[in-house]
Design a protein around this ligand. Structure first.
Ligand SMILES: O=C(O)CCC(=O)C(=O)O
Ligand SMILES: [Fe+2]
Length: 200
């Protein structure tokens, strides 16, 4: 009974911490999305109307230590299939991002959050902002944790380039996810935005 109560308390604390992270990240994501959009000259209610608390989600990542590290990936190279990601990583390190064809380490900083542009923001911004390819190398000595808030619109919100000529045809997140699922099944790879290019 005691253990049960203790565990109950612990999960309460955990879930309130996750709730607090979600609430803070959601406000931050909306502000950032609006600021980025304004920098393109877009004044719209798109984010307020289509990105609701229930359309976004949090993923808690745990990377067990691995004797084969750093040759093993905790998370394979990918771009995020959403608008923006707000990421908190612990002090272990392992996150890397691709810039100019090279992988760079993202140094852990307890005072900083990492903001990733996702594929949907790349499409909305007509490639002005690029979704970033990233990966996680498995830790060698101690396990690693991160928490990611994925800022997403509803499944049926239409994502379309803000100016002309549009690089991508309009699509919904539902279509995007379905295409990714199919491509991963058929080819083992996500493929992603290039599927929606108008010039192809
Ligand atoms: O754990 C990290 O640092 C990255 C997590 C991530 O990229 C993801 O969950 O999509
Ligand atoms: Fe990611």
């Amino acid at each position: 009974m005691y253990a049960f109560l203790k565990l109950g308390k612990l999960s309460e604390i955990r879930s309130s911490t996750i709730d607090a992270f979600g609430t803070t990240a959601s406000t931050l994501a909306q502000s950032l999305a609006e600021i980025l959009a304004q920098s393109l000259g877009i004044e719209s209610n798109f984010f307020r109307e289509n990105c609701l608390p229930k359309t976004s989600y949090i993923r808690m990542n745990r990377y067990p230590k691995c004797t084969l590290a750093p040759k093993v990936f905790g998370l394979v190279p990918h771009s995020d299939s959403n608008l923006l990601t707000i990421l908190y990583q612990d002090q272990v390190g392992g996150l890397q991002l691709m810039k100019d064809g090279r992988w760079f380490k993202v140094k852990p900083n307890p005072k900083a959050l990492i903001i990733n542009i996702g594929d949907l923001f790349q499409a909305l911004s007509n490639d002005v902002f690029k979704s970033i390819k990233h990966r996680v190398v498995s830790p060698q000595e101690v396990e690693r944790f991160s928490a990611a808030y994925f800022y997403c619109p509803s499944n049926d919100a239409v994502i379309q380039s803000y100016n002309k000529p549009a690089m991508y045809r309009p699509f919904t997140l539902r279509e995007y996810r379905q295409q990714i699922q199919k491509d991963v099944q058929d080819t083992g790879d996500k493929i992603g935005l290039s599927r929606f290019l108008l010039s192809e």
